[in-house]
Design a protein around this ligand. Structure first.
Ligand SMILES: [Zn+2]
Length: 466
């Protein structure tokens, strides 16, 4: 018990220290990231045996940053899961592509096979794991299942109650059914399997196998500001985490989105002076990579993100004038953002989908590739009666819309002013003719789901960047 209290106090201190660093300025954080990256590289337990685990813009920026400060390590990725535009950047930068873990048939798993074999990754990683336990009862997970249903941890968990083990009431109503008989409850049973194993087979296992087989340790682009529930763990472990079983470095741990985008712009400039140092992997000979001629990318920002732009600060002309006067004539800095996706993940992942504004990630696939969308929505797996279904059934069940279309002129969408303005970045938005349609009414916004004053809109076409 005493040990636990000391540990807890120590952790609280670590979190406070970490949060204090998060509030420092960009120059401090950039220098700090460089120092921690070198400390990891030079640590006796690591001794230069490292690689960069690369995915989207965050870790592409990290890989270039490491190179720019003299840390020359290979980059590795399960690239085939990423968007085409990300794969293009990976190829030019010489990122080594790993294959997903193998299925029982001995071939690397595809996204659709993992979902078919294990279940849909939906809601969140934690919730999906709990639902998976409820749907796959064994003798061994009986205590866990009881805790998921009630929050009571039982004998082995020290008889604690009300723990985080409980699945939230909202989702118990929808997914708790398999335990009705044991728990005396009256919950629903979902007509599809749920699991959190997708990430494991497609991403985590290939990287951990690479780590184990090659005796090398990863640099990762993790940022506490974007980590949600893992934020606390990242704060406690800090940038460099070195134990007997785990060795990893997250130099950007204290970065905000703004810091990352600021550094991405710097790395863009650095890249154009150094692009000849990056060669694509052209093939393999006797177990060693063969490199092709360097490719000069126009930009290191994958097209799926659009461009990095700086928004003008929200100031009146008078305020702007006053600011210039008070700051020796310099302009105030606006916020950086990417014009399209803010972050990317596996294309077919459903984690967080219930919190996303519409058009959500599945809607956007519909605009890009209607046939692929049709497959994912309706033809992923077959139920016992042989009927085909897909994400559509899952989204219907958790109350997320997907059938209606922002592009429908006949069925314009009620949008709040904020959402309509945001959507104009990606779409040419039009309003239907007629006084009735243009009048504002209060109701639920189609995009954000908030109660707002609404007007009807539809999208005429997608905004394409020159
Ligand atoms: Zn809205």
């Amino acid at each position: 018990m005493r040990w636990n209290q000391d540990k807890e106090r120590e952790n609280q201190e670590k979190i406070r220290d970490f949060q204090a660093k998060m509030t420092r300025g960009y120059a401090f954080k950039r220098a700090y990231a460089a120092r921690r990256a070198w400390e990891f590289y030079n640590h006796p337990e690591v001794a230069g045996r490292c690689y960069a685990a690369v995915g989207g813009l965050d870790s592409i920026t990290l890989f270039l940053f490491l190179r720019s400060i003299g840390i020359d390590v290979p980059a590795v990725s399960v690239s085939m899961l990423e968007d085409q535009s990300i794969q293009r950047i990976h190829r030019a930068l010489g990122v080594k592509g790993l294959k997903p873990a193998s299925s029982p048939q001995g071939r690397p798993y595809s996204k659709i096979e993992v979902i078919r074999d294990f279940g849909f990754p939906v809601l969140s990683k934690e919730a999906a794991r709990k639902i998976c336990d409820l749907q796959n009862p064994t003798e061994k997970n009986a205590t866990t299942r009881h805790a998921i249903m009630t929050g009571e941890t039982g004998e082995y968990g020290g008889f604690r109650t009300g723990t985080h083990m409980k699945l939230s009431q909202k989702w118990l109503e929808k997914f708790g059914g398999p335990e009705n008989e044991r728990e005396g409850t009256d919950y629903q049973t979902a007509p599809f399997p749920v699991s959190d194993k997708c990430c494991y087979f497609l991403k985590e296992k290939p990287l951990s196998s690479y780590t184990a087989e090659n005796g090398v340790f990863p640099y990762m682009g993790l940022m506490a500001s974007e980590e949600g529930r893992r934020k606390k763990t990242l704060a406690i472990h800090g940038c460099n985490y070195i134990t007997k079983s785990t060795r990893r470095s997250a130099p950007f741990a204290i970065f905000t989105r703004q810091d990352l985008l600021t550094l991405a712009l710097e790395m863009e400039e650095w890249y154009h002076g150094h692009w000849r140092e990056f060669r694509p992997i052209a093939g393999e000979e006797d177990g060693a990579e063969v490199y092709g001629e360097p490719i000069h990318l126009e930009t290191i920002v994958p097209a799926i993100y659009g461009k990095i732009v700086r928004d003008l600060p929200d100031m009146t002309p008078e305020e702007l004038e006053a600011y210039r006067r008070d700051h020796g004539g310099t302009e105030p800095e606006g916020l950086l953002r990417t014009t399209k996706a803010q972050r990317t993940g596996c294309q077919m992942c459903g984690f967080g989908i219930h919190l996303e504004r519409r058009p959500h990630r599945f809607d956007r696939i519909r605009y890009k590739n209607p046939r692929e969308w049709e497959m994912w929505m309706n033809h992923v797996c077959q139920d016992e009666d042989g009927a085909w279904y897909g994400w559509g059934r899952v989204l219907d069940y958790i109350g997320v819309g997907w059938r209606d279309d922002l592009f429908s002129r006949e069925d314009p969408k009620p949008l709040c002013a904020q959402c309509a303005a945001d959507l104009r970045r990606d779409f040419v938005m039009e309003r239907p003719a007629g006084i009735e349609a243009v009048q504002e009414k209060r109701g639920t916004c189609w995009s954000c789901g908030r109660k707002r004053s609404l007007a009807l809109w539809y999208a005429a076409e997608e905004v394409t960047e020159a």
